[in-house]
Design a protein around this ligand. Structure first.
Ligand code: PLP
Length: 360
């Protein structure tokens, strides 16, 4: 077993080693001041810089123009499932595309606040594909359209996004945020728990178009109102300071990788190598439709559950952690997020080939 096993966990997930080393180095004395980031005021100049730089780095990475705000919230992406309809549905109707377990959870919360139109669903084939854009039944009077751009459990992702006209497009990007170039301006609201691709658990990032804020009702709890957090620059209350600091370091690391174009090239290469081995002989079988395959969560099966159990056990012994599929679907899943190295994928496919020859 190597000192640090290859971490293929779906989330919380692998972080860049450099980021953790820097955090370790600075842990006891942030900016040489003799106090830890963990014990300084969130109103201090030092923290203010962390907060504002992370917001700016996000805007830079996504090429966001003025008129967009980046905010940092608690409660995970799961809280966004409820905050979105609480702020923007208000008894009306919204279009949701049911692409998987995460989309379903978002729909469940939205139903508490209004009508959920299922614009399309992939449930008929176990969420193994993304419905064609032409099949979406979008309604012009919808308050918003909600999609899940990468389904972490089934391993599918959207490659093109619906044109929604004047209806705002909202997206849960939790398991792929920052993994590829995206035309962020097509979205009115993007949210993601940081712990899959951009940082540790504890912070959720939300990118929101400011004109939406006039729609947020005044009679909801302040902490659940987007307006509160935007007008206070994510400093209305004590934010998850350490998580935001680590998110900030990860964003700087991402910039060093060449930003979204740079990381996308590596991510595409990693996914290609892995899917090539899955497709090679029929020993492994990818579960997502080829055209809709995720480059972050690679889902596959072996011929029998016994063989899968053996594969998982041996992979663990060889230092590959986290390859078990989600408990609701079984099988195998390799989560190869931004920080997972190319050579790790090369070692993984070498192991997969070896396992295949020994067991076919
Ligand atoms: C993990 C995940 C979530 C849930 O995130 P939490 O931060 O645990 O609430 C939501 N959506 C997607 C796509 C996810 O992968």
């Amino acid at each position: 077993m190597p000192e640090r096993p290859y971490n293929l966990n779906p989330g919380p997930a692998i972080l860049p080693l450099e980021v953790m080393e820097q955090a370790q180095k600075e842990l006891l004395s942030f900016k040489g001041k003799g106090l830890s980031i963990l014990e300084i005021s969130h109103r201090s100049k030092d923290y203010e810089a962390v907060n504002l730089e992370a917001q700016q780095d996000l805007k830079d990475l996504f090429g966001l123009p003025a008129g967009y705000k980046a905010i940092f919230l608690g409660g995970g992406a799961s809280l966004q499932f409820g905050m979105i309809p609480m702020n923007f549905l208000a008894g009306g109707a919204a279009d949701y595309v049911n692409t998987g377990e995460w989309a379903k959870k978002a729909m469940k919360e939205a139903k508490r606040f209004g009508t959920v139109n299922v614009a399309a669903s992939a449930e008929d084939k176990n969420f193994s594909y993304i419905p064609a854009l032409s099949s979406l039944k979008l309604s012009p009077s919808a308050k918003y359209v909600h999609i899940t751009t990468n389904e972490t459990i089934s391993g599918t992702r959207w490659n093109a996004f619906p044109a929604t006209g004047s209806v705002p497009l909202f997206a849960d990007m939790s398991s792929e945020i920052g993994s590829r170039v995206i035309d962020a301006q097509r979205f009115a609201l993007i949210y993601a728990g940081a712990q899959k691709n951009l940082g540790p658990a504890g912070v959720t990032l939300v990118i929101i178009r400011e004109d939406l804020l006039s729609r947020c009702p005044d009679n909801i709890v302040s902490m659940l109102n987007y307006k509160t957090h935007v007008s206070n620059d994510s400093l209305y209350n004590t934010p998850p300071v350490f998580a935001i600091y680590l998110l900030g370091l990860t964003l700087k690391w991402l910039k060093k990788q060449g930003g979204l174009p740079g990381i996308e090239a590596v991510n595409n290469e990693k996914a290609r190598i892995l899917y090539d081995v899955i497709d090679a002989t029929g020993f492994y079988r990818g579960t997502a439709a080829k055209a809709d395959r995720s480059t972050m969560n690679v889902t596959f099966r072996l011929k029998t559950e016994e063989l899968e159990a053996k594969f998982l056990e041996e992979s663990k012994k060889e230092g590959f952690i986290g390859l078990k599929g989600h408990r609701s679907v079984g099988g195998c899943r390799a989560s190869i997020y931004n920080a997972f190295p190319l050579e790790g994928v090369k070692d993984l496919v070498a192991f997969m080939k070896k396992f295949e020859s020994a067991n076919s």
